[in-house]
Design a binder for this molecule. Structure first.
Ligand SMILES: O=C(O)c1cc(=O)[nH]c(=O)n1[C@@H]1O[C@H](COP(=O)(O)O)[C@@H](O)[C@H]1O
Length: 267
């Protein structure tokens, strides 16, 4: 999917919501447990309930890999159930030497046909480049994460100007490709840094997890993160899929997003 196509989807649905399919088998409702593949049945239900209100689905591979080969099959079948015009993210947070990354790229872009994958930047350019060889596929690079321990490395000053490591990730990685093939992960709990981030990466889409269960503010993220093509995919996983009424939870976020688009979207 191209950036323009994603933008058009956002405008059409008045939503930049990404629903996270963090489908923990321990937490799915009891009525799905008698199905042959309970997680698949649950995911199909969630997708059917939420597809009108979101523009992306993020499959966090951990919740599938933990179930071995059967989990991979669930992931594949889940992907097949997602409507064609909805952006798909393999939240796999991969990264390795180039020779290995070619295999990750094949696994997630060819064998599974995701639109994008989350990637850790720590090993540098040659660990990311193989993903970039696929046309119309996206790398979503971890820039500033939502967890408390993001402080450990990401905020470290790397030079006398007090440039931080996450700022260097944002600037250096722009030498590797452009905003048609790369997005950045910025945690919703880091909304106070969004102005800084936008000054470094004005045009890129940002995948923003951390609203809902982790307490990030959708309003703040929208105010400081939105750009001329919206530029945001805001993810909520547990806050939607394990809510009493996933459809209404997704609708509520979409309606809030519609208001933020009216207020903050400057073309
Ligand atoms: O890359 C991610 O998606 C991610 C990055 C980050 O900084 N924080 C973060 O929570 N995530 C993921 O986003 C999802 C958040 O889930 P909820 O907190 O349930 O909405 C999980 O799948 C996390 O693995």
């Amino acid at each position: 999917m191209t950036k323009e196509e994603l933008y058009q989807q956002i405008l059409q649905k008045q939503s930049y919501l990404c629903v996270g399919l963090d489908s923990d088998i321990e937490k799915i409702p009891a009525r799905f447990k008698s199905e042959t593949d309970p997680v698949l049945a649950f995911n199909k239900y969630i997708i059917d309930q939420t597809a009108d209100f979101c523009v992306g689905y993020k499959i966090n591979t951990a919740f599938y890999e933990s179930n071995g080969a059967a989990g991979w099959e669930t992931m594949q079948k889940t992907l097949a159930h997602i409507p064609q015009n909805i952006f798909t993210i393999a939240d796999a947070k991969r990264g390795d030497i180039g020779n290995t990354v070619h295999q990750y790229a094949k696994a997630f872009f060819k064998t599974l046909d995701f639109n994008s994958i989350t990637v850790a930047p720590y090993m540098g350019k040659d660990s990311v480049s193989p993903f970039l060889e696929y046309a119309q596929k996206w790398v979503i690079l971890l820039a500033l994460t939502s967890n408390p321990s993001s402080q450990d490395f990401q905020f470290l000053s790397i030079n006398q100007d007090k440039k931080t490591l996450f700022e260097e990730v944002l600037t250096r990685s722009q030498e590797w490709t452009n905003d048609e093939a790369m997005m950045y992960v910025v945690g919703a709990t880091q909304a106070s840094m969004l102005q800084k981030i936008r000054s470094l990466a004005p045009k890129h889409f940002l995948l923003v997890p951390g609203v809902g269960a982790q307490g990030g503010s959708l309003q703040e993220v929208s105010k400081y993160g939105m750009n001329s093509q919206i530029g945001l995919l805001v993810n909520s996983s547990r806050g939607i899929i394990f809510s009493e009424n996933p459809k209404e939870s997704a609708r509520k976020l979409q309606q809030e997003m519609q208001q933020h688009i009216e207020e903050y979207h400057k073309k």
